[in-house]
Structure formats: C-alpha cells, structure tokens
Design a protein around this ligand. Sequence first.
Ligand code: PMP
Length: 746
Amino acid sequence: YMDTLLKDYFGLFPVKIEKLNGYDNINYLVKSHKNSYILKTYSNITLAPLLEAETETLIYLYSNKSFNSPKPIKLLDGSYFKKIIYNKNEIIIRLLSYVEGTFIGDLNSSEQITNSLGVLLAKLNLKLQSWNNAVIKSRDSEWNLDSYSICKEYISQIKNSKDRALVEYFFQQYEFEVIPISRRLRKSIIHNDANEWNLLVQNDSVNGIIDFGDISYSHLINELAIAIVYNSYRESDYLLWAEKLIAAYNSIIPLEEIELKVLYYKISLRLCISACNSAKAKNINPENIYMVHSESKIWKMLREWIKISPYKAENHFRKVCGYKEIKQVTISSLISRRKNIFSSNFSLSYNSPIYFKKAAFQYMYDEQGNTFLDAYNNIPHVGHCHPKTIIKGQNQISKLNTNTRYLYDSLYNYSEKLLARFPKSLNKVFFVNSGSEASDLAIRIAKWYTKKNKLMVVEKGYHGHTQIGIEISDYKFNNPKGIGQQEHIIKVPLPDQENIIKSNIEIINGFDDQLKANENQIALFISETILGCAGQIPLPENYLKNIYSKIRNQGGLCIADEVQTGFGRTGNHFWAFEDQGVVPDIVILGKPMANGHPMGAVITSDKISDSFSKGVEFFSSFGGNPVSCEIASSVLDIIDEEELQFNSKEVGDYYKKTLKQLKQDSQYIGKITGQGLFLGIEIVKNNTEANPDLAQKIKNSLRNKFILVGTDGEFNNVIKTKPPLCFNKHNVDQVISRLYEIIKTI
Ligand code: PMP
C-alpha cells in the first residue's frame, strides 16, 4: 500500500520502505533510486496546524547552509501535507528529505561531538531567534519546560515513592528558584528536543538535526539544558560534559548570567519531565520502548544530579562563560559576627565551621559549592526540605495559623493519626514546641499526678535545656561546669556495655537500694531507650520492664523520652520503648516530629491527663498550631509511603555490619552501638581506652571529606551517626570508605 501511496501522492517509485519507530507517530524510511526520504504519518489529525507551522519552520531553516535539517517535499498537488483515508481512518501524510549521518546515540561521546553539537545548536538558535510563528508560540506541550505543570500531574504515575519525592523536590525547587525570575529569561522558538537520536554526525562532527515535532516557544536556555541532559547522561561526570557543551554554545551565543543561574534547575527540570512522561507512557503502553529507552539513564542522572550543589554548578557554568565566580562570604567574618551577638556557649561544629545555604534529603550544600553527606542530623527525619513537608507547611500558613483555643481540622487529623501509632492506653496528647518543653511538661504532669517530688533519672541522660530539663539531665548537671545533682534527683547508673547481663543485675540491685532509700517519694522515672548523648548506649534487654514495675509499685510514673529515637528511627518498631516490651505512662516527642519545624508533644493516658486537667489551664501559644500539625502529619505519611522505618532497619543493619567489619581492621574502633539509623562508633586506643582526640580528628577529617557526623559520650569519644531516614546503602558505603581512608593514615 505504501508503494501506491508514495506513487499516487508524491510521484515516487520507492525501491525500499522501512518502518521506523516514532514517539507518537509512525515513520518510514523510503529509498528511491536517487534519494532517501522520511515519510511521516500521523493518526492524530488535529496536529494539522502544528504540522503546517513545523513545515514553515523547516522551509525557513533549510535555506541555512551551516547545518543540515530535513527539507519538506511537496506532494504532487503542491501541498506539503495531506489528510488521506488509510485503513478506514483519516491520517495525515508528509514527506521530508533524509538527513545523512550517524546518530550521536550510536557513537561514543567525544569532545569533538560535544563541541560541534554546542555550535550547531547555537547556530540553530541564532537562526530561530528571528523566526516567528503564532501556532508554535501558542503551543502548550508536555515536553516544553515552560509548561512543566502538565508533567507535575504525572508524578503520581511514578511507581517508587522515593523517586516521586525526588521529582517533586526538583519541581518545587524550580518554582522557588526559577519561576520568580523567569520573566527575565530570553525567549525564542527552539527545537526543544536535542537528544542523541535527533542529531547526526558526519566526519566526527554533529552537522544535522532532525525531528522538529517538539518545537516550542520557550526560554532560550531550555535548548541547551535539554541538550546537556542527553549529552551528559551517557557519561558519568555529568557536570564536566555540561561545561563542555556550554562552552561551545557560548562561543556562538554568549549566555547571560541569569541563564547560568537557572541552568542547574532547568537541567533537573528536563530530567523530571522526561521521568514523568516515561512513567505516563509506560502506564498507557508498557511496551513503548521508544519512550522508555532513555529512562534508566534519566533516573541515574537525576539521582546523581541532586548530589551536585547548585552553587557549584552555577560557578562552574559562569567560569566556562567567562564570568567571575560569585563572591563568597569569608567564614571568619561570619564567626566574628557570631561572637558579637551570641554568648560563647553557643557551640559551633568543626575546626573549620561550615556555612550552609541549602539542603536536599541526605545532602547539604555549603556556600562554596560543596555537597555534604549528612550522616548526622536526625531532625530532618524524612530528609532535608522534603517537598511534601514544604508544600503542606506552605499551604497551611497561607490559609490559617492559629492556636488550640479554636477549632480547626489539622489539629484533630494529626492528633488522631499520631495517637494511632501508640498503644491504646496512650490516648491523649499535649502539643508543645520542643523536646525540652515536652520533658518539662511531662515532669509537671507526673508530679501533679503522683503528688510526689523525687525524680529518677539515668546517668548520662539528656532531656532538655529548661530548668527542669537540666535538673533531670545528668549529661548537663554533672558536667564540670554544671549545676550539680539537686536533692530531689535520684540517679541510676548507666548500664555497663561490657557485660550487659551482669551489669543488668548489678544495676537493678543498685536501683533497689535507691528505691528503698526513697520509698514512695519517687514521682517518676525518665529514660531514653538508647541514650543518645551518652554515646548511643542502648539499655539492656528487660531493663525498662524491671524498672517500670518497681517504680509503679511505689506509686511513680514511667516516662519514655522518644525525642531522638522515635518515629521509626531504630528500625524494629515505631517507638524504641517497644523494643523493651513496655508501655510507658508518658512519652515525650520532639526533634523529628515535624522534620525540623519546631514541635514537641507529650503523650499520656486518659487517667493521667484527667488528673492534670484538674489543675490550671494548659496552653501553649504555638503548640499544636495548624502549620505544625500539617507538617507533622506529612512526616507520618512520608514515613509510611517511603517505608522509612523499614529503610532504617535495613540500611541500619547494613551500616552496623559494615562498621563491625571495619572494626576488624582497626585497633582504633571500639564498640559499635545502637540500632537502625541511630548508631555509635566508639573510638579507642589500645583497643579499649577512650580516645577523644582521635574521635575529634576523625570527625573533622570526615568533615573535610564532606561527611557530617558528631561526637558525644562520657569521654566524647563516640562518633554518632543518625542520618535522615532516606539514607541508603550507597551512602553507608561512602561513609565507610572515607572512614577507612582516615583510619588507614593514623
Ligand atoms: N530529649 C532528648 C533525648 C534529646 O536528645 C533532646 C535534644 N538533644 C531533648 C530531649 C531536648 O530537645 P530540644 O533540644 O528540642 O529541646
């Protein structure tokens, strides 16, 4: 049939016809004795106005001599395309000249290809800058970066929730960083799809461009951003290949500073658009190989792109184009400003402090363009700047922010969702603004309920910075500069990790003596399940079970501090106390609750809260406000959707296992403590002796290798690692290999 079609409509007598795969149409390679052509057929006849516009553009471009592009071939009736009936359906046909050459996609990357590609695109863009077409200008397409909101609707079609979050993150950052300045970006009609299968190479140089089906009116810089994706994603050093292409393009069309400012985000946007369109296409037709052939490379680049700091990218791009690097603030000036306004007991991490500007999931970007792997901060629990937490907070703050004296949905919705995570008996919640405030309130509630005054705490525990917080925190009051142990505080020793079973008995014995001495005067016992500030020290099995029953027998309450360990961090359970098989009377929450937005809570039973309600009104101006509740609610959703508790268990187990392997090779590594993504690495000398100097050295060396950890413990010799729960096994490998490099040189 094609033979007759070509003869009847074009007067061609083909010797060979070969069907080609197209994205949304069917093409044929047609060979006659003299020439080769591409016959294009379209089942979507509404494309007619666009095909006309594309044809006009191709005719306009064909006059150009500096690169090859398809020439539209007239039908016998003088038109450039025609609606015909094919298989009882109306289709459009048209014919284009065949552009000779080898696809970039069939060749290895090279400097020459990249250079000539940049030059060709710039020449094409120069020519198109004086091209105007109303149909193209009014076109809204899912491949146009400036119409990216079409693709935002496809995010839900991406199967993996972590991948969805990554795409959402980049869309959101685009909206923060680019949209506000986008009207200042140059616009033009652009080809809009400079991928490796649309560009042709002859004599090692790119000299042909085909497929103008995505032609759009768009920011000029989008042309380059798109080309960068497809030129870089074949390689591993994405930034380097981007720079090469930018340099070549810039030699013909000098780029503006604002274009270089947005380019990092434009590249990420194209990656996201491609990821969304692939997800959609796969859902519609799982066999559409044309669509998904680039998918794995797109995802690989997207996952790597987030590890490149936008500040680094911008400065590299500027350098390539001959602009000065953006001037950086000197760290020493920031430190002296700090000294002017803060007390010197505000500590600052590292010998060489870090000036952070931005963060994404487990990565943090400093002003100098470095990307740090965050193996330390547990507050951004579901990942720094998780797009879902941001959008929820933004939406709510733009609608209503008020306090618990009024009625509003988010308070109920969140409270019910949160309480559902607790054992049934814990069914009342009080909202505050920090872990300290939560422990302070918990102590007040317990004292009120029991009408007792003595508070039992565990050695090296930390519960907060308020007056009560310090009084119950051995970590603070027992510091050489601390206030010392108050009369009403009873302290039980931290279980000895050397011999947990033996020490367990000893501690319980020691505990019994303390209990006897203060019989019926103890209002409460408060403890973490894994003591963070003590150096990630877990309580021995059954420890809490034993103590809780004794405390309760003498009329006291048991408080679990889940400020550090809650929300799935320790892997086995949502709350660390569950590992001990106990149900506390009161639980305090903080840090990760709203992913860095200040929020804390006290959870207790009906009976205890009823008793507290006989006292003065409880009110916290900010506690439980709608914005905090919305953000906190998104944290719970993300933990579920992204299976972060499971991730914590799986990655945490792997982390602990690899750390233990490292210990085999090093006399400087002592015990590896903790569980899930809440681990401690003891640094020792002579195999057992605490080695705080080395711990500091390792912490600072890791910082110089762009990995964040902390130190803590009685001798400040425990390296603490408690990263955002999106931390993955590759991240673990990164930490381990850097640690190995450091330890090797000691
Ligand atoms: N409890 C524990 C176990 C903590 O680690 C902390 C903070 N390090 C707090 C309570 C106090 O929380 P915040 O700093 O939010 O007041």
